[in-house]
Design a protein around this ligand. Structure first.
Ligand code: ADP
Ligand code: MG
Length: 539
């Protein structure tokens, strides 16, 4: 038997890394600036432990563009590297100095280090024909060194002149990547990935990041204005949010973030503002499906989890066990928060129901755990306006009028208070509560809740079976003979056969319309469902 180690030929692995490691080339900015942040965070940690001497001074990371020399330079004032360290960290692909540092200082500090795989640095070669690293370690009397590599496995390492501690990474941009020799392009890329990195980052004299975004602070340190301001920073063009949830979990996974409930009218315009996913304050993606439950995809805000690696792909996310846990946690937090507002500030909750209700109803339809909690705070508005009922409150309010109350609770609703006014009036005259369920979402909601809520039936106020609940005005009020009635019914049937209406002309009071035509509940719903599928693109 033969045992051994697989040997890797660097000549072959290099092009693979360059080509396939990252699908988006602008990632190199994220990786190199993250390394600069890590180097600075390490220095801060070492300084706090007394291992790095002297003042730290200004730690700002600087990005410079030189269009003539065709270079981009990323300069930090972090730990720097000695010649030996360069050899160890840069000449060994997939050896992560970040991992090593974390292992060594575990428990001694709370630094968030971004690096992980020991591959990020090599993303520089996706856009560079040559990379120079000029670096000087924080250690006393350290000798600065310069490392040069053209992307082949050969490099040079020599002593160099550098006045200050830290590292300059000089990228000599290659022919195919000249798009990055554009200040605007760099600025947008920095804004995309580095907007909330924890160390000040400067480009062309301006700081481009907010190093302490609201989600990294404790809720007790933040006022409601701070939350509103942060929302404005994220979505300058959106209306103020209804409320927010500050997430802060550290077991069994790490998750921080702020989720905002935006103001939504009952319209389905394309949502441009999305939840953003970060990992240690580095932007990862705004495609958060899987992490965020589907019914909360319309929320806004930020999630940050170091447990979600930077190199995420959709298929990766689906298979990650933390993702499912995070998803469940978010559902629970949202339900708890809604319940809290409902209990403590019911008035406010009711005022915001138009927007809130949309989330709550989607949630109840798609997530049974949420349904269980939300049944307590889902409310329906009385058609008269201003009064809201939960399921149990509706039951209590109409109990005396429910005919088969042991078998089922009937909820009378209207989809159009104007058109259905006469029916509403009759029901109300009998003491019934008629609630408004007018939207496309309501139509789907009703169907779903009849299967999910036990023994609950929704009946539109003008449906034929309302008769079973409300005794129509007595027959003595009839103005027609029974022959006239059947003749009239036959006439309707001939004229409107496809509608399948039941015509009733009997026993109506003088204020009511002379004829009432009703359609079976199921017929109408079929039509509503068809309309909904069309309008919502199969939501
Ligand atoms: P990772 O960040 O995942 O550890 P990288 O390939 O991005 O891997 O970087 C490899 C190592 O090189 C880092 O862990 C660090 O030790 C070193 N390094 C890279 N950039 C810098 C820098 N700007 N200052 C100091 N050390 C650096
Ligand atoms: Mg890195």
């Amino acid at each position: 038997m033969q045992k051994g180690n697989i040997r890797v030929q660097t000549e072959n692995i290099f092009p693979i890394i360059k080509k396939f490691l990252y699908s988006e080339h602008d990632i190199f900015i994220r990786e190199l600036v993250s390394n600069a942040v890590d180097a600075t965070q390490k220095l801060k940690t070492l300084s706090s432990l007394g291992e790095a001497k002297g003042e730290l001074d200004d730690l700002t990371i600087d990005i410079q563009l030189d269009t003539e020399k065709k270079t981009i330079t990323i300069s930090d004032k972090g730990v720097g590297m000695t010649g030996e360290e360069v050899d160890k960290y840069l000449n060994q692909v997939a050896f992560s100095g970040a991992e090593e540092f974390l292992k060594k200082y575990k428990g001694q500090n709370e630094t968030n280090i971004i690096g992980h795989f020991g591959l990020g640095f090599y993303s520089a070669f996706m856009v560079s024909e040559r990379v120079d690293v000029i670096t000087k370690s924080y250690r006393e009397n350290a000798q600065a060194v310069k490392w040069e590599c053209d992307g082949s496995p050969e490099y040079t390492l020599e002593d160099a002149e550098k006045a200050d501690r830290g590292t300059d990474i000089v990228l000599h941009i290659n022919e195919e990547s000249t798009e990055f020799l554009d200040a605007e392009r760099i600025r947008t890329t920095l804004k995309k990935f580095c907007r909330f990195l924890p160390i000040p980052i400067r480009f062309e004299g301006n700081q481009i990041n907010n190093p302490q975004p609201a989600w990294t602070k404790k809720p007790s340190e933040l006022t409601s204005q701070d939350y509103q301001d942060f929302y404005k920073e994220l979505y300058p063009y959106s209306e103020a949010p209804l409320f927010w949830i500050h997430l802060n979990v550290d077991y069994p996974f790490n998750l921080t973030g702020i989720l905002y409930f935006p103001k939504i009218k009952q319209s389905y315009e394309i949502q441009k503002d999305k939840i953003q996913l970060y990992s240690n304050q580095v932007f990862v993606t705004d495609e958060v499906s899987d992490i965020v439950p589907e019914f909360l995809m319309l929320l806004h805000g930020v999630l940050d989890s170091p447990d979600i690696p930077l190199n995420v792909s959709r298929s990766y996310l689906q298979g990650d066990p933390n993702v499912k846990k995070i998803n469940n946690h978010i559902t629970k937090k949202v339900a708890d928060k809604l319940e809290e507002i409902f209990t403590k500030e019911r008035k406010e909750f009711e005022e915001k129901w138009e927007s809130l209700g949309l989330f709550v109803k989607y949630g109840m339809m798609t997530d049974d755990k949420f349904l269980e909690k939300a049944t307590k705070f889902h409310i329906m508005e009385d058609v008269k306006g201003g009064k809201f009922y939960t399921l149990e409150e509706y039951r209590a309010a109409t109990e005396a009028l429910q005919k088969n109350k042991n078998e089922q609770l009937v909820i009378l609703y209207t989809t159009n208070p104007v058109q259905q006014d006469s029916y509403i009036q009759q029901a109300q005259a009998k003491g019934f509560v008629v609630v408004k369920l007018e939207t496309i979402v309501d139509a789907a909601f009703i169907n779903q809740m009849e299967t999910k809520w036990e023994k609950v039936h929704f009946t539109r106020v003008d449906a034929d079976i309302v008769d079973n609940l409300i005794d129509k005005a007595d027959a003595s009020g009839s103005v027609l003979t029974s022959d006239e009635e059947s003749a009239l019914a036959a006439l309707f049937d001939r004229q409107l056969p496809e509608l399948h209406v039941t015509v009733e002309v009997k026993g109506l009071s003088p204020e009511a319309p002379p004829v009432i035509a009703t359609r079976p509940e199921f017929m109408r719903r079929m039509k509503d469902m068809a309309a909904m599928n069309g309008a919502m693109g199969g939501f």
